[in-house]
Design a protein around this ligand. Structure first.
Ligand SMILES: *Cc1c(COP(=O)(O)O)cnc(C)c1O
Length: 223
């Protein structure tokens, strides 16, 4: 299928109020431009170096860049004031670095807290039992605003996917009922090419789709 057909097909499966983040990692600039010309404005990258390269070389001013991958503290300085949303806040050390770097440049960081809902050691994300501590730390920041939650669920069948999405939505809803200074539960980022329909059924309002838009990734070429 063409990129246009891919995008049309995804859009026909989701509501207007759902943000489709096109995950362009490993894909060339031309692919991003093509998607832009087909109406996509939100693009996701998982590596800071590749994200910065693409931000430097694609200069449409209404693009929203999303950092969806693990963020190392020493890379924060490269993205200050340049991304719309960081999806991967998962520890206090990283939070402190974001606060410091953004404060220095008088910018506000919009972030999602990434939850490791399946407790997989190989994945980033805060464990649920450590969430409260991270939230407290966020509340004492001045230049970081939490806008919601993100999760990457373990591989599994539809039933297992649904269970993890439901659990994440429950945490999202519980936080939504509380009053915070720096936290607002606006975005729930969950669902990728293989499971986004289930994610949307379970309450996601941001989905991150790579191969379902751009086709298979070849890590040997551009990664
Ligand atoms: C690569 C990636 C995606 C997109 O995965 P696809 O299966 O290609 O849709 C979504 N989220 C994150 C965090 C990713 O790294």
């Amino acid at each position: 299928m063409s990129m246009l057909e891919n995008i049309m097909s995804i859009k026909s499966n989701i509501g207007e109020d759902i943000t489709l983040v096109a995950v362009s990692k490993t894909k060339p600039l031309e692919d991003i431009k093509e998607a832009y010309n087909l109406g996509i404005r939100d693009f996701g990258e998982n590596k800071v170096q590749e994200l910065v390269y693409k931000m430097d070389n694609i200069c449409y001013d209404d693009i929203k860049w999303h950092l969806i991958g693990h963020l190392q503290r020493n890379k924060v300085k490269y993205i200050v004031g340049r991304v719309y949303l960081i999806h991967s806040l998962d520890n206090i050390g990283l939070l402190e670095e974001i606060e410091k770097q953004y404060k220095n440049k008088n910018e506000i960081a919009q972030v999602l807290i990434q939850i490791n809902i399946g407790k997989e050691e190989s994945k980033s994300g805060v464990y649920v039992e450590n969430l409260e501590e991270l939230i407290e730390a966020c509340e004492s920041c001045s230049n970081v605003k939490v806008k919601g939650l993100m999760t990457i669920i373990p591989k599994g069948d539809d039933e297992s996917c649904r269970k993890h999405f439901k659990e994440t939505k429950k945490i999202f809803d519980n936080l939504k009922e509380r009053k915070f200074k720096n936290l607002e539960m606006k975005y729930l980022s969950m669902g990728m090419t293989g499971d986004y329909k289930i994610a949307v059924e379970e309450g996601a309002n941001v989905i991150r789709i790579g191969q379902g838009i751009f086709g298979k990734r070849d890590y040997n070429v551009n990664a």
